[in-house]
Ligand binder design. Sequence first.
Ligand code: WTA
Length: 659
Amino acid sequence: MTTEIESVLVENRVFPPFANLVKDANISGMEGYRALCDEAERSPLEFWGRLARENLVWDKPFATVLDESQAPFYKWFADGEMNVSANCLDRHLNTPTANKTAIIFEADDGQVEHVSYKQLHARVCEFANGIKALGYKAGQRAVIYMPMSVEAVVAMQACARLGIIHSVVFGGFSSKSLHERIVDVGAVLVITADEQVRGGKKIPLKPAVDEALTMGSCEAVSHVIVYRRTGGKVAWQEGRDLWMHDVTAKQPSTCAPVSLSGEHPLFILYTSGSTGKPKGVQHATAGFLLWSLLTMKWTFDAKDSDVYWCTADVGWVTGHTYVAYGPLAAGVTQVVFEGTPTYPDVGRFWDMIERHKVSVFYTAPTAIRSLTKAAEAAPQFHPREYDLSSLRILGSVGEPINPEAWMWYYTHVGREHCPVLDTWWQTETGAHMISPLPGVTPLKPGSCTLPLPGIAAAVVDEAGDDVERGTGGFLVMKRPWPAMVRTIWGDPERFKKSYFPPELKGYYLAGDGAQRDTDGYFWIMGRIDDVLNVSGHRLGTMEVESALVSHELVAEAAVVGRPDATTGEAIVAFVVLKRSLPEGAEAKAIAKQLRDWVSKEIGPIAKPKDIRFGENLPKTRSGKIMRRLLRVVAKGEKVTQDVSTLENPQILDQLSQSV
Ligand code: WTA
C-alpha cells in the first residue's frame, strides 16, 4: 500500500457554533458530545444497545448487540426482529406526525405534490401488497431503476416492508451497467419508469431495462414493473411488464410489515473499487436504520419543525440513508426533487429553498462550485436575491469541499448564521462517520472535523500504528459500528481483502488518506487507491479502462484523475490505438467516438473529459504502467521525477498533447 497524498489544506479560520443552535441542539455543547463519546469508549456494546433500544421499534428485542465470532463479518442485533418500513412509517401512525407532510415532491416542471405520512404509508402498503400478490417474498432481490420520485421511495420502502432486498441502480447508468448489476445481484424483479424528466428533457428508462434483459443470464427476472411518469411510448412484453398503477390497484392500504432479523440484508448498492467490477455493498436492517436515524438527529439536529432537503439521487447511498430511510424514521418533512439545479435557471435550488421554507439543506460540493460560477455569470440568480431565512443548517457530502466553496456556501447561502457540516462517509459506512455537529463543533473550512460518538476513527501507518498529528496516513475505523458494510454480495473474500487487510490489525480500511491537526480534526486527502471522484460520483479507473479497451480501435488504455475546479476530479484517458497515431480532425473524431462509447458502456458520468493518444504508455522495463507520471502529464505539468526506470521516456511528450 502506498499513500499518494498531494497536499494538505492550510486553514486557520475557525467558526464557533452558533449560540441558538447550541441551546436547542439534540447534542448540546462539547460536554454533551464528550459525554456520549466517553460512554461509547467505556462500553461500546452497552452504548449501541441502549441507542438501539431507545430509537428503534422492535418486534422482538435483541439479546446480543454484537456477534464478533466471525469477524470481520460482524453481526449486529441479529437475534432481534424488526422491520425498517414499520420504523419509518407505522411508528408515526398514531402520533401527530401521521397527518404531517412526509414528502414535498417537486417535479422538474415545478409541479408540487404533498404526501403525508399516512398517505405514504398507504401507498407503500398498496405496492407491497401488489408485489406480494405476484409472489415475491423476503430474501429475493429487486433492482430499482427509477427517477427521483415519490414512487421510487415507495418502491424501496415496499421492498423493505416485505424483506425483499433492493438494489437501486442510478438512472444515469447505461443498460450494460444495469445488466451487470441485475445479473450479479440475481434479481427476480425490476422496477422502473417509462421515462425520467430532467432539465426539461424526457430521458427514456424502460428501453434500457428491455435492452439489459436481452443481454443474457437474466432469466430469473419474471416481472418489470413500470411507473408511468410521462406516458411516453414504451415497448411492452405481455406477461412480463406491468404498470405500477395496475399492480397497486384494488390492493388494501394496509400490509403487515414482515418481522426480520436485525441482520436481514436491507439493500445492496453497487459502488466502485480500485480493481475489477463494481462491488455490491450489502447493508443490514437494524444497524443501518439505527445509524441513519441517529445521524439525522445528531448531525442534522432533526426537529419536528424542520423542512429538510437532501438533493442526492436515490441511486447513490446518500439517497438511501438521507432520502429513503433516515428522514422518514426521524419524522421530518422532506423535499424530494426530480430535476436539476440549473433548470429552468441556475437559481432553482435557492428558489425551492425559499418556496418550501427549507431549514436543513444537504448537497454536494460540485453543485456548490458550479452554482458559484453560475451566480457570477447570472447575478439575478445569485442566492442573495432569494429569501433563504428559513435555513438553519447546511451540509456537504461526497467529496472534499475546498475552503473557497465552503466560504461561499457559508456566506451566501447560510448568510453567516448556518453551520456548514462537511460530512465524511462512504457507501460502505452506511451513514455519517466524521462530521461537525451543529450545536457542538467549531468549524474549520475544509475539515470534516471530529468523529461522531461511537465511531473510532483514526489515522494509521502501514503497520496499523497511529501516526503523529500532522502526519498523513490511512483513515481507519478501529471498532465496528452498526451501519457498516456486512459483505460484498457474492464475494466475501474481496470484502475481507478490500476492507480488513491483515497488516492493519483488523481495522476497517476506508480507502482515503487523512491527517489530523493539533486539535484532532480530520482532514481528508483523497483516495489512496485507483478510485476517482467525479462530481461526487465514485468511479474506478479500471472500469473506465475496461470500457475503453472493449472498443475495437483501442489496444491499451490508462485512466487517471486530474483536479478540476468544478467536478473535483476530471477523467483523463491515455489511449493507444490498434492503428497509427491519429492527428487533427481525425483524432478529434475518434476521441468523440470513444467518449460516446464509454457513455454507452457505463453511463455519461464516466465520459473522459480529455483523451490523449500515444503510440505507447509510459512503462517500466517490467511493463508496469507508471500512473504516477500520467497524473503529472494529465495536469499539464512537466515531469520532473526520475524517469530512468522508464522503458520509453519520449512517450511522455507525445501524451502531453490534448486532442
Ligand atoms: C469521498 C458518498 C472528503 C471519500 C457518501 C470517500 C469525501 C468517498 C467526503 C465515498 C467528505 C465523501 N470529504 N471526501 N466530506 N465525503 N468523500 O461511497 O473519498 O459515493 O471514500 O459515498 O467519497 O464515496 P461514496
